[in-house]
Design a protein around this ligand. Structure first.
Ligand code: PCA
Length: 215
């Protein structure tokens, strides 16, 4: 039985919880015949991914999916691309605030996820869980995680597939946010992540449905 590593970030930005980890911790122990290994990781440039890589060395996963929160988004959003850029609006949980810096001085400008992001979004939408492919993971720690993950896979972990997905605010967080703020229950997020992992395991080549934009 192969393994899937699914990670979720710790709280950040003054929040008491991060739905990314809360949703991941509730995942079943196996999906699609693969063991699910879960890890909570710090919201820190570089150090967050260092913990993911440590977990990769321990469990030798076939597939890695990292989860983070994008407060304000309405849907679960598998990320298509990680860029070689750190530009933080607020300090991370280690107090670092890189501005317009490259992550890997000599690395490529960007990496695409090697997970089938369209098939993952389709699997969630088909089950009634709102999802769409995102073409930017931002410039904060989640993008840092995706870029470093794909760089490490490209240079050090041949055969492993990897990617990232953002989740919205949890309903509990939305109780004190402005009334139009989108949110999603943790149960729905967990179900969506499980469907996304299942679709990723079952799909070698992504489906060719349109996920593009008009802007
Ligand atoms: N979201 C932030 C960092 C940690 C998290 O859960 C981001 O989108 O960069």
């Amino acid at each position: 039985m192969g393994a899937v590593l699914v990670t979720g970030f710790q709280p950040f930005g003054g929040e008491a919880m991060n739905p990314a980890w809360e949703a991941v911790r509730a995942l079943p122990g196996a999906i699609g015949g693969a063991e699910v290994v879960k890890a909570e990781v710090p919201v820190a440039f570089g150090r967050g991914f260092a913990e993911v890589e440590h977990a990769m060395r321990e469990c030798s996963p076939d597939l890695v999916l990292c989860i983070g929160q994008a407060g304000g988004r309405a849907k679960l959003t598998p990320e298509y691309v990680g860029i070689n850029c750190m530009d933080a609006r607020v300090p991370d949980n280690d107090g670092n605030q890189p501005l317009a810096q490259r992550i890997e001085e000599d690395g490529p400008d960007a990496y695409f996820s090697t997970l089938p992001v369209r098939a993952m979004a389709k699997a969630m939408n088909d089950a009634g869980i709102p999802a769409e492919v995102s073409f930017t993971a931002g410039t904060y720690v989640c993008n840092d995680m995706l870029y470093r993950l794909m760089h490490a896979i490209a240079t050090d972990h041949p055969g492993v597939r990897g990617g990232f997905m953002h989740v919205p605010y949890a309903t509990q967080q939305a109780t004190r946010l402005p009334s139009a703020t989108p949110s999603m229950s943790l149960e729905t997020m967990t179900a969506g992540i499980a469907l996304a992992v299942g679709a990723a395991l079952a799909t070698e080549r992504d489906v060719s449905v349109s996920a593009g934009t008009t802007h």
